[in-house]
Design a protein around this ligand. Structure first.
Ligand SMILES: Cc1cc2nc3c(=O)[nH]c(=O)nc-3n(C[C@H](O)[C@H](O)[C@H](O)COP(=O)(O)O)c2cc1C
Length: 475
């Protein structure tokens, strides 16, 4: 069942499997949404612009691609661009807007007022550099949408030419700005695409509601779908096959992400400096402060940590586990005592933990000795878990070789039936917690040009007392 769902999702992310709309179908869907389905144009525009902004943020980080020029046409597509510019401002980008043919309607003048209130500069076409490559990192092409036909008129013909010209820089420059087209690359035929082959070649296309037929001809690295508002009645009527949006995201990628050159992945960290006078005297207090920051920053699973152990011959191994408690006694996680890590800890109780909090540019390293937590503590935690996880802990002979998934399902179902009366599920003997008592804790914060901060606590005995000594280490 699970495998079937996964393969359907995979199919729907394959560009050959998703649906593409004709111009007529796209227009009909808009009419239904704004007619019997009760949407207003303002709502759809807001959601479309938000989808464009989140698609951009998913691929192009503001730390590297901060300067965005949104080139907005007079219609709905231009409105999507104006909304995207507003969201991008709130996401930490520095947007500029070129909106040469303003539409005298309340919706559009409201969007302009909102952007002006954020001090987002409006640039006239005459004020734009002929070569857009030096002043911007991202160019949002929001000139024409699916209802456009005919030949683009001034000043949009010239603006399109400027976007086309950028491709010739690709070979010569280190990095030309990227072009993000909203729904349709401006100047393309809605169904036939870039007919003459001389049009804009966007790096990213954000299709709205569903891709239009021209999107089949899109050959750039990032095709996203946005407009998470299509109700089932429309999906059924138009037999739409679209990839499901992950989690609470407003956008979803169509097709595979491009292969990245791992050696070229390099982040220039920008954080406030981390100085000795900001440190707590005790590393557990310092850890709690940083952990609270990671929670407040909304990071996913901030309690995930890499646990490294080694066997009696010193052969190391690492895996992720979840931190389930921390206090002056140490760091606690739960697992199977008969797993590989359990066996290794019994042979060699020395271990290390590593937390990495992307987004805060921080890591924490912890080293020390490990002990099992008292049985009562493990019992208490075991019974606080959902019943499914309790059964799972019994089912899994963690780290042993099994012939296939079926054995897990079978045993799970048997145990589910056995405990269906709601009675207490006994904790298996081989399952419980470990506590690592720290001897060395290092707090690392990434800084510009690799001049990172590293502050290390190590436990020293001074006059018969255990005290934490703090040193700064070279990055
Ligand atoms: C984010 C994350 C959290 C995990 N948390 C735990 C955990 O708390 N306890 C655990 O036994 N395994 C956890 N696992 C699975 C372990 O990484 C690992 O597969 C398992 O414990 C077997 O490891 P071993 O064979 O080295 O003993 C987690 C995996 C991930 C990716």
């Amino acid at each position: 069942m699970g495998d079937k769902v996964a393969s359907t999702i995979e199919n729907l992310q394959n560009p050959d499997q998703v649906s593409y709309l004709s111009q007529r179908e796209a227009a009909e869907i808009d009419e239904i949404l704004m007619g019997p389905l009760g949407f207003s144009v303002d709502q759809l525009m807001e959601l479309a612009g938000l989808s464009v902004a989140t698609s951009i943020a998913e691929v192009y980080k503001s730390s590297e691609y901060s300067r965005v020029l949104a080139i907005c046409g007079p219609g709905n597509n231009g409105g999507d661009g104006l909304v995207a510019a507003r969201h991008l401002h709130h996401f930490g980008y520095k947007p500029f807007v070129c909106y040469p043919k303003r539409t005298p309607k309340a919706l559009y003048s409201g969007l302009v007022t909102q952007l002006e209130s954020l001090s987002i500069p409006f640039l006239a076409v005459e004020d734009l550099p002929v070569d857009l490559s030096n002043d911007f990192d991202i160019l949002v092409d929001a000139m024409f949408g699916f209802s456009f036909h005919g030949a683009p008129r001034p000043p949009f013909d010239d603006l399109i030419r400027r976007l086309v010209c950028l491709h010739s820089h690709d070979q010569t420059r280190q990095r030309a700005p990227v072009i993000v087209s909203v729904d349709i690359p401006s100047g393309w035929h809605v169904e036939d695409g870039d007919v003459g082959g001389e049009g804009i070649k966007p790096d990213m296309l954000v299709s709205l509601t569903a891709p239009k037929l021209c999107a089949k001809k899109f050959s750039g690295p990032h095709h996203f779908l946005g407009g998470r508002f299509v109700p089932p009645s429309i999906a059924e009527k138009y037999k739409l096959r679209l990839p499901p949006y992950p989690g609470i995201s407003m956008c979803v990628r169509i097709g595979k992400p491009p292969q990245v050159d791992i050696s070229a992945l390099r982040e220039n960290y920008i954080s406030p400096v981390f100085l000795e006078d900001q440190l707590e005297a005790d590393p557990i207090d310092q850890f709690r402060k940083w952990f609270d920051d990671a929670v407040a920053a909304g990071l996913h699973e901030p309690n995930a940590m890499a646990l490294s152990t080694s066997d009696k011959d010193g052969k190391p191994s690492s895996r992720m586990v979840l931190l389930k408690g921390v206090d002056k006694e140490g760091f606690v996680w739960y697992t199977n005592y008969e797993s590989r890590k359990g066996r290794e800890i019994s042979e060699n109780p020395r271990a290390s933990l590593l937390f990495y909090w992307d987004g805060l540019n921080r890591q924490v390293r912890v080293e020390g000795t490990v002990q099992k937590v008292p049985e009562e503590e493990s019992e208490k935690y075991f019974h606080s878990r959902p019943r499914g996880s309790q059964i799972g802990a019994i089912v899994s002979k963690q780290s042993s070789i099994i012939p296939g998934r079926e054995v897990l399902y079978q045993e799970y179902e048997d145990l589910e039936a056995k405990f269906s009366d709601g009675n207490l599920i006994p904790k298996p003997k081989h399952w419980g917690g470990y506590r690592l008592k720290p001897e060395v804790v290092e707090f690392w914060q990434g800084q510009k040009s690799r001049l990172h901060d590293r502050l290390q606590y190590s436990l020293k005995e001074i006059n018969g007392r255990q005290v934490w000594k703090i040193d700064r280490l070279a990055p």
